[in-house]
Design a binder for this molecule. Structure first.
Ligand code: FES
Length: 234
């Protein structure tokens, strides 16, 4: 059996697909935003970064475990790096956390508390985008999107729909239906998987049921017979 040394402890592994899985097997909880065992690995957020004994930092979700590896998951350097990532994500995120429907279950909010982010030193230079209220079941708020791509992969890989995708590059990058269409004009089947995997309030469930029933009465609206079960978010 292969093994690695994680924070000074010997941890055995067999067929774990990445270093992150071995770290979790050891009972160590390191933050992640874009990794889910049910989805393909994206490696975008870099919060799962660890360092090896030579000081090389890498995203543990995107690295295959190798026999004899020596990993540090919680060094001062790593903690500083993770805190900066969260601060940068918050900088490009709208600040209405107190009124957000996801408040209290937002992973970004939880990580900000956990990593001790007390203020954001950077200006939000992202242009405010309009909410997409066209769907009978979902509300899409691009101002809360952190580009983890979880909704894109859940829609494509679990549901086989592909209603959402990435558009533009660099600071302009966004997740949206192709050609900036409203979500109601896509093949969305209102299953809610994108909401299950979204770590922030960028995709939420519509709460005004009058509007929901009214919209569902529209014969052109496609609705799946059964909402897909909420899968474990990890
Ligand atoms: Fe590994 Fe996002 S969880 S890069």
């Amino acid at each position: 059996m292969s093994h690695m040394i994680i924070d000074g402890r010997k941890v055995e592994f067999t067929d774990e697909k990445n270093v992150l899985s071995v770290i979790r097997k050891a009972g160590i909880n390191i933050p992640t935003l874009c990794y889910h065992s049910e989805l393909s690995t994206f490696g975008a957020c870099r919060l799962c970064t660890v360092e090896d004994d030579r000081g090389k930092m890498f995203a543990s979700c995107s690295e295959e475990p190798r026999d004899g590896m020596v990993i540090h998951t919680n060094s001062g350097r790593i903690r500083k790096y993770r805190k900066l990532i969260v601060e940068l994500l918050l900088a490009a995120h709208c600040r209405d956390c107190t009124t957000c429907v996801k408040s209290g279950e937002c992973v970004l909010q939880e990580l900000a508390h956990r990593l001790g982010v007390e203020n954001v030193r950077f200006q939000n230079t992202r242009e405010q985008r309009e909410l997409d209220l066209s769907s009978p079941s979902l509300v899409r708020d691009p101002n809360k999107c952190i580009l983890c791509g979880n909704c894109v992969r859940a829609c494509e890989e679990l549901q086989g729909i592909g209603a959402l995708g990435f558009a533009f590059r660099g600071t302009e990058a966004m997740v949206m239906p192709a050609f900036d269409r409203k979500i109601s004009t896509t093949d969305c089947v209102n299953c809610g998987q994108c909401r299950v995997f979204c770590p922030t309030g960028a995709i939420s469930i519509r709460t005004n049921m009058d509007e929901v029933w009214e919209a569902l009465a529209d014969p052109d609206v496609r609705v799946v017979a059964q909402v897909a079960p909420a899968v474990r978010v990890a």
